[in-house]
Ligand binder design. Structure first.
Ligand code: FHN
Length: 612
């Protein structure tokens, strides 16, 4: 065994021992399992070679894509040896600690006779997706394409005997959908020298170099040679893989197809664009340009699960898509086809409903750039030259949508659906648009604002606070942090099966330190303050204050429990008091500890709600 592979094996062994083997799920990016605080990813423009820059232009124009997790795990649908495994069904082998030989038996039954590449592509087209990324090989190591590098592939290893990626590549070309492949480069549970299978193989004996040369390099070469132009290779969970492997993969991909994009999960900062954590849209204030693609799954699993029908509603999907676009990123929505090759009905009908919305409102998504506006309570905005699209996701009680500070002369305001003109008023304070009466509260109503010159960026003018809405969030990621306070990302299990990241300021341990937000108050009045936070036993009893000018509202911290990476984190929602704003205008809302010593708590959000 060479030194390089030994170091990977040892690292993997340490990770596995500490978390008990199969628990190493989802966000295994090489961090020790007890680590909860992480560096905040940056979303800044990077420089690229010409082919990559050109591919990124199209990528940013596309905005909406489909992610597909399909493998022999779809045959099991989350059940093995008669036991149901909740959560990510593509993790079935790991979660059940099934040995390779037994797991690979699934391939014998896998015969997706209903798979129809043309029909998939027609659905994707009707759903409004511009490109798709499908699992060519997930962590179980089974290739969903013909491969000379391993017999564990769909053509040689199943009765089905067809190459779905070949059929999809042809159908994608015919329908004008871009093609991308997911490839798990480090984890490969059916390979003794691959990463991740600690229930069967000894990581200390793993020769990763051997695995990488024998399987990863040939398979990535096959994917980029046999299927025509590939838009992106979506690598995942690089784990403890040293930089030289990420570098070799990058060089290989760019040599074979210079315009093929690489996501940041290639590892070691070698991607072309950023993949935020799963189910995360980066906070608006952290995005300073740059290229990124958020991934969410439609239900709770990425692969097909026979008992999970918790599909996100059409409105939720539209909201996620519009929010990603408003922050300048792409939204890739995942779905897991079943063992026969069918899209689950619960997913398909909602995808098509989003497609119907896009048919009418697609101009406000495709080819748009990020919002020039600060946070507003009615929703989000996207922009295309001198057209500004207001996505009214939440209806104002008074029927009037306001864009404070929008002073570029407005020539026309209309509804994108149907084009009907809307009444508007513009003065030194900004623009007010009266919504048509009788629209369903759940629709994303898109208002088109046409201006003489493009609306200039004014994102830092303060979060808009209005009495026409309910609870309005001031998130810590959008706060100004005083010297000595920094923003951390916490990885935790926010709820069962839901590993998510949240942001929190670290260093709130002295009255001289604070987090603060600029708010633009639209109407004078009282607002209730609520805090959402998590606090350990040691933090219980700490005191802090929320301040605006000389109004100071103090609060005491209560214990919610420790933050642990693989456990649910409980966040309390604590009322603090009432703040009064005398007149409309800009104010500073600050939060600080009352004493020196220990970290106050892990704050997530301060909410303000109009009070009467
Ligand atoms: O472990 C995988 C998981 O199965 C799924 O593929 C997701 C999709 O982003 N990626 C990993 C976890 O982040």
């Amino acid at each position: 065994m060479n030194v390089r592979s030994l170091s990977i094996g040892m690292l993997a062994a340490v990770m596995a021992t500490a978390v008990g083997g199969a628990a190493l799920a989802q966000d295994s990016v090489g961090a020790p399992p007890e680590q909860t605080h992480f560096k905040v990813s940056s979303y800044k423009p990077m420089s690229h070679d010409a082919a990559t820059a050109k591919a990124l232009e199209r990528f940013n124009d596309d905005r909406y894509s489909m992610f597909i997790h399909w493998g022999i795990y779809a045959q099991a649908g989350g059940v093995i040896r008669g036991k149901r495994y909740y959560g990510a069904s593509e993790w079935l082998m790991s979660n059940s600690k099934t040995p390779s030989a037994e797991y690979l038996e699934l391939a014998k039954d896998f015969n997706p006779v209903d798979f129809d590449a043309r029909a998939w592509m027609k659905t994707m087209k009707a759903a409004g997706f511009r490109y798709m990324v499908i699992t060519a090989k997930h962590h179980d190591g089974f290739a969903m394409f013909k491969s000379a590098a391993s017999p564990h592939n769909i053509v040689d290893g199943t009765r089905f005997g067809r190459d779905p990626l070949k059929e999809l590549a042809e159908a994608a070309k015919a329908e004008g959908i871009g093609l991308g492949f997911y490839y798990s480069q480090y984890q490969d549970w059916t390979e003794p020298n691959g990463g991740g299978n600690t229930w069967e193989f000894d990581p200390k004996k793993a020769d990763f170099e051997e695995y990488f040369n024998r399987k990863v390099v040939p398979q990535v070469t096959e994917l980029l040679t046999n299927y025509g132009p590939v838009r992106e290779i979506w690598f995942d969970t690089p784990g403890p893989m040293p930089a030289e492997y990420s570098r070799r993969l990058r060089d290989l991909v760019k040599k074979l197809q210079p315009g093929c994009l690489l996501n940041s999960r290639i590892g070691n900062d070698l991607g072309d664009y950023t993949s935020p954590s799963d189910s995360e849209i980066p906070p608006a204030s952290l995005v300073q340009g740059g290229d990124w693609e958020s991934v969410f799954t439609h239900n709770r699993s990425w692969g097909y699960s026979a008992f999970d029908n918790d599909f996100k509603s059409t409105n939720t999907l539209i909201r996620l898509l519009a929010t990603s676009a408003s922050r300048g990123g792409n939204f890739m929505l995942n779905m897991g086809p079943d063992g026969r090759g069918r899209f689950p009905d619960g997913a398909q009908k909602r995808l098509l409903a989003v497609g119907a919305w896009l048919k009418v409102n697609g101009d406000s998504i495709y080819g748009t750039t990020r919002s020039p506006l600060p946070q507003t309570p009615w929703g989000v905005a996207t922009q295309k030259g001198s057209r500004l699209y207001l996505h009214v996701l939440d209806r104002p009680a008074d029927g009037v949508v306001r864009a404070p500070g929008l002073t570029e002369p407005v020539t026309k305001v209309s509804l994108l659906a149907g084009g009907g003109a809307l009444r508007f008023k513009q003065d030194a304070g900004g623009l007010s648009v009266t919504l048509p009466a009788g629209t369903a509260p759940s629709d994303d109503l898109v208002v088109v604002v046409e201006t003489q010159t493009p609306v200039a960026a004014r994102r830092d003018q303060g979060i808009v606070l209005s009495r026409a809405y309910g609870r309005q969030p001031l998130d810590v990621a959008d706060a100004t942090l005083s010297p000595g306070v920094k923003l951390d990302a916490i990885k935790t299990q926010l709820s069962v099966d839901d590993l998510r990241k949240f942001y929190t300021p670290v260093g709130l341990d002295d009255p001289s330190k604070s987090v603060s937000w600029t708010v633009q108050v639209e109407q004078a009045g009282d607002y209730h303050i609520d805090l959402e936070y998590s606090a350990t036993k040691a933090q219980a009893g700490h005191e802090g204050t929320v301040e605006v000018g000389d109004q100071k509202r103090s609060f005491g911290v209560i214990e919610t429990g420790a933050i642990e990476r693989r456990k649910p984190t409980f966040l309390t929602f604590q009322p603090v008091g009432i703040l009064h704003f005398d007149k409309p205008g800009r104010y500073q809302v600050s939060l600080r500890p009352q004493a020196s010593g220990q970290e106050l708590f892990a704050l997530r959000t301060l909410y303000l709600t109009p009070a009467n």
